[in-house]
Design a binder for this molecule. Structure first.
Ligand code: ADP
Ligand code: MG
Length: 281
């Protein structure tokens, strides 16, 4: 597996006062492989957004190294590297800059000096990728939250990035919008060779990832596959994290004396297990 991004002993502090308590990001090392989907979870203030900002050079670490696409991120290569990374943030209303959907997607391309004909083509292509190509001339306030975030993803994709970072991009959406955005990202992963880093509170979203990085108070608490991470169920609850629905469900069933096995990662697993449990007897 090829490394696409790595953090080596990264630390960051915003203010001197903060330093007396703890660092925003404290000695984090983490490697992301090309094509992986990584979820970053952790309670509020655990350093997730700071990590994202360090990854695309919005801020520089006070110590340690950020390596992206084989290069150590610095002031000189910052713009070249940043053009390989798309970012989508939490609030769908704060990231619209254009008067229409197509203007919005064109904006970043224009800023990056993409020629006009190429720009038109890329706007259409990237809106088609998120299935928003029928909304070219719509104004943002006529769109749902999920549609707005899909346009934001199209804006990021138009620059043909290798890495897409979603910082709580689904957290303000209703279940329908969240589903739209997640199935879009999932499909993009299948159709293109995109590396995805999704920072999320939604553990159903984290279950979709290849690996999960759990942050706690600026430090890496653990990393592993969803199965490995969620096997630590109660520890995660103590860190202020929720558990996926099916895991809570099986815990409640066990508390009621129903013999279901352990940590189900999907409703299907839980349902299959219930067929063979004493629930039916
Ligand atoms: P998360 O995204 O996990 O909620 P953040 O990375 O935003 O966490 O914050 C990590 C820590 O850094 C918190 O203690 C937060 O208060 C602090 N912090 C974040 N942004 C700033 C800022 N712009 N100025 C000062 N402190 C900040
Ligand atoms: Mg954050």
């Amino acid at each position: 597996m090829n490394e696409i991004l790595s953090l080596q002993n990264i630390s960051y502090t915003y203010t001197p006062e903060e330093l007396e308590k703890r660092k925003a990001v404290d000695n984090i090392s983490f490697t992301v492989n090309d094509g992986e989907w990584i979820a970053i979870v952790g309670h509020n203030g655990s350093g997730k957004s700071t990590l994202a900002k360090l990854m695309n050079g919005l801020i520089f670490p006070e110590s340690g190294e950020v390596r992206i696409l084989g290069e150590s991120l610095n002031e000189e290569n910052l713009w070249a590297i940043r053009s390989q990374m798309g970012m989508v943030f939490q609030n769908p209303d704060n990231q619209f800059v254009g008067a229409t959907v197509q203007d919005d997607v064109a904006f970043a391309l224009e800023n990056n000096g993409v020629p006009f004909e190429d720009m038109i083509k890329r706007v259409h292509e990237s809106l088609a990728q998120v299935k928003m190509d029928e909304f070219l001339d719509r104004e943002p306030h006529h769109l749902s939250g999920g549609q707005k975030q899909r346009v934001a993803i199209a804006g990021a994709l138009a620059l043909k990035p290798k890495i897409l970072i979603l910082d709580e991009a689904t957290s303000m959406l209703d279940p329908q919008g969240r589903h739209e955005v997640l199935s879009t990202v999932r499909r993009l992963r299948e159709e293109t060779h995109l590396t995805v880093l999704s920072i999320t509170h939604d553990l159903e979203e984290a279950l979709l990832a290849d690996r999960i990085l759990v942050m706690n108070e600026g430090r890496k608490y653990t990393e592993g596959t969803p199965t490995e991470v969620f096997a630590r169920g109660d520890e995660l609850v103590q860190l202020g994290l929720d558990l996926p629905f099916t895991m809570k469900m099986s815990q409640l069933l066990r508390a009621q004396g129903v013999e279901v096995k352990g940590n189900h990662m999907s409703e299907e697993e839980l349902v299959n297990d219930l067929w063979t449990s004493n629930f039916n007897k």
